[in-house]
Design a protein around this ligand. Structure first.
Ligand code: GAP
Length: 441
């Protein structure tokens, strides 16, 4: 058993690696700086978080539709959106060690790399767009950019969505997927990377109604944090003052989280006005106005944008869920996002009748629930391993089960054990994982 260490970030990093949540990218080749791969358990957690988001904000609402757009878009998109001109951070270089840093992230006048004082060059603006080439010739005409946010496709596809669905203002277009930024100083594990994932909604409203929709989404973001198990006491709203907001925003609230390395941005909520649609109208020469079906009036809707980083969600969820109870370490994940909903195991692996019964239960339930199977070592070790990946229930088949058709269920958070008839397991899991409403399914 590995003892918890004192530094909470070390605990998360070591758990992430040990249990298969997150591995360093390209590790057998010495890695690739600040790239991370989600392992078997991490990819399940990520999928469950994204599924929950899609269910909560797209499938459960009549006013939001989803899209899934290309990562590479026409360069004119980035001219119109302002990213080619404005999407930059102030870069300084240390004259002694030539380390490069974001000026606004520096604390004091000492180089964070070599310690030299007052050694920085004048700041220059460094554009964060990540370039590549399409086709065999690496010439300027073939140069394109990976999207730095998923948002732009919602504006570029706005007309297509209007023409193919029955949405009416106010309505939203949602998307989740990869975004890329050539960050000057990535770091802090999956907090800031050059390749990451976002979940975003562009919510189109009448200009005069923007404030009430802003408030609606602010509440919705808090509801999300509760649903996904982010400790609300560790989240703080920050109103971004004039002059510090992104180039498109008239009002922004950042939701900051108390990460082990300090209080930093988790999510954002912005009022983007009609900045994007207006500029894409200009850039494309197309009419992107919305026609109100009741008044026949044509106008460019204004936009409220709630935005969530997937990787930062995972980090905040892991930090919130990490619990130590004496020697026991467990992840108190909400069951609906836990990688596995239950572990099924025979008490002893060398007793065929126990294995057979446990396997039958596993095969029966696996069609509905993501399950772990474990028959190694002693039962205590199996519990310990499942605790660390946040499995809410461990179901064990023992000799009594053969007689009375009941199994032992051990609860992750309390460690208590109870006996449940095998034919009630499905209902038990439905209730425990999805809540009361699903127990009658
Ligand atoms: N469309 C608006 C937009 O992209 P942003 O604040 O630049 O706004 C939104 O990014 C979210 O994406 C952030 O709140 C954060 O969760 C995530 N994010 C941004 N840059 C990131 C990076 N380099 N690594 C990981 N996540 C990042």
């Amino acid at each position: 058993m590995s003892k918890p260490k004192d530094n909470p970030m070390d605990n998360i990093l070591s758990l992430a690696k040990r249990r298969g949540f997150v591995f360093p990218g390209s590790e057998i080749y010495g890695g690739l700086a600040n790239s991370w791969d989600y392992g078997p358990v991490g990819s399940l957690l990520k999928k469950n978080i994204k599924d929950l988001w899609w269910k909560m904000f797209v499938e459960s609402r009549e006013d939001v539709v989803g899209i899934d757009a290309s990562l590479l878009m026409n360069t004119k998109v980035w001219e119109a959106s302002g990213h080619l001109k404005e999407f930059s951070d102030p870069l300084v270089e240390c004259k002694k060690c030539h380390g490069r840093f974001r000026e606004d992230n520096l604390e004091g006048d000492k180089c964070p790399s070599c310690g030299e004082k007052e050694s920085f060059t004048e700041a220059k603006q460094f554009n964060l767009m990540l370039k590549t080439f399409l086709g065999p010739a690496e010439e300027e005409a073939n140069q394109v950019y990976f999207r730095p946010e998923t948002a732009q496709a919602m504006f570029v596809d706005f007309k297509n969505v209007l023409q193919t669905t029955r949405v009416k203002v106010p309505f939203g277009i949602a998307q989740m997927g990869k975004a890329f930024r050539n960050e000057i100083t990535p770091g802090n594990f999956i907090f800031r990377t050059r390749e990451f994932e976002q979940m975003e909604i562009e919510y189109f409203v009448k200009e005069k109604e923007w404030a009430e929709h802003f408030e609606h989404w602010r509440q919705a973001m808090w509801q999300w944090m509760e649903a996904v198990g982010i400790d609300e006491k560790m989240v703080h709203e920050l109103e971004i003052p004039d002059g510090e907001r992104a180039h498109y925003s008239k009002r922004t609230i950042d939701f900051e989280f108390d990460y082990p390395f300090g209080r930093k941005e988790l999510y954002g909520l912005a009022y983007r006005t009609d900045f994007d649609l207006k500029n894409h109208e200009k850039g494309s020469g197309q009419n992107l106005k919305y026609r109100d079906p009741e008044t026949n009036e044509e106008f460019l809707p204004h936009v409220i944008e709630p935005t969530w980083g997937v990787d930062r969600t995972i980090l905040a969820v892991l930090v919130s869920a990490y619990t130590e109870d004496g020697d026991r370490v467990f992840l108190k994940l909400p069951p609906r996002i836990a990688p596995y909903k239950a572990m099924i195991s025979p008490l002893l692996a060398n007793k065929p009748e126990l294995v057979k019964m446990a396997k039958e239960i596993f095969d029966d339930l696996k069609t509905e629930f993501s399950l772990a199977w474990d028959d190694r070592g002693n039962i205590g070790k199996r519990y310990y391993a499942q605790d660390e990946i946040g499995t809410p229930y461990c179901i064990t088949v023992d000799f009594d089960s053969l007689e009375n058709k009941e199994v032992t269920i051990r609860d992750r958070d309390t460690g208590t054990q109870s006996r449940v008839p095998i034919n009630e397991l499905r209902t038990f899991l439905r209730t425990g994982v999805w809540g009361e409403a699903h127990s009658q399914k």
